[in-house]
Write a protein that binds this ligand. Structure first.
Ligand SMILES: [Zn+2]
Length: 294
């Protein structure tokens, strides 16, 4: 299976759900960096990847979201950026086996904000390049830049990743601000983000995390109105509630899936979940998508 932009635009494809939160549900301690499980507990990664495929997902995201050099150094992780990311992609590929699905190599924000000069573009470029090259080496079919808030940073990452790997890139941002949640934390408007990302040759644009599926519609509508690219949408399972200092997402698969038709009617092409969603949520979504095809 290859990333086929026109085929994606013409239909609805199901993606996977959250990784960090689902790994923690399956016993990964919350005080370890989830990405280190690619090396320490590969069986957990394979098991979750297969559960998402069994549920109907056709995009398997790698467990590499925050595995960039800045974060590994900050958390004093000994393993190399290259190894964690390459293994992440290899495990997703292994989970897929002979099935029809794509490995989406996940890259999150650097953690530094360009607008306030926490880092320069020259400092960020090699961070994204290193992660992207390792994901490509491990067999990623496409790179997904996810949960970004700063337009300048995602545009930089998009260019660096494309130049370094030649892979298609899905560019997804979090819209958790403004009266209708159509702005990023940095104040960027969804329609402006979509237009800028399309101009910069993203292969798909989208929104993920930052809110529950109940609050996603205005951002989806704004993105759809500003681009003709495939639209990738991965909401959280509701808003987190704090229990013993841990964020807990309580929206059931049924409650999550009940909102999906509205999100699809607004022009979503790829639907999955982010924090708090697991294989049971994706299974519900996939059944619903199948029913709509008939
Ligand atoms: Zn999330």
């Amino acid at each position: 299976m290859t990333f086929d932009r026109e085929a994606l635009k013409a239909g609805v494809t199901v993606a996977d759900g959250g990784w960090s939160t689902s790994l923690q549900m399956r016993g990964l301690p919350t005080d370890v960096m989830p990405e280190t499980a690619n090396l320490a507990h590969p069986e957990l990664i394979l098991e979750l990847g297969r559960a998402y495929l069994d549920a109907g997902a056709r995009f398997i995201t790698t467990n590499t979201f925050s595995a960039n050099r800045f974060n590994l150094e900050r958390r004093q992780v000994e393993a190399s950026v290259e190894e964690i990311n390459r293994r992440g992609a290899e495990l997703a590929r292994e989970a897929i086996g002979n099935r029809e699905a794509l490995v989406a190599g996940s890259i999150g924000p650097s953690g530094k904000i360009l607008a306030v000069s926490e880092a320069t573009p020259e400092q960020l470029s090699p961070i994204f390049e290193e992660q992207a090259k390792a994901l490509a080496a491990g067999g990623a079919d496409v790179i997904v830049l996810e949960t970004f808030s700063e337009t300048a940073e995602i545009l930089l990452a998009l260019k660096v990743v494309k130049d370094a790997t030649g892979l298609p890139v899905i560019a997804s941002m979090s819209f958790d601000s403004g009266p209708q949640r159509t702005r990023t934390m940095m104040g960027a408007r969804a329609e402006d983000c979509a237009a800028a990302l399309e101009d910069a040759e993203a292969d798909a644009v989208g929104c993920n995390c930052g809110g529950g599926i109940n609050t996603f519609l205005p951002a989806v509508v704004a993105l759809r109105g500003a681009t003709s690219l495939p639209l990738w949408v991965k909401p959280n399972a509701g808003m987190p509630e704090l229990e013993d200092g841990q964020a807990v997402y309580k929206q059931t698969p049924e409650e999550f899936a009940a909102q999906v038709p509205t999100i699809l009617d607004a022009g979503t092409n790829i639907i999955g979940g982010c924090c708090g969603t697991g294989p049971e949520h994706i299974q519900r979504v996939a059944k619903l998508v199948e029913r709509r095809k008939k």
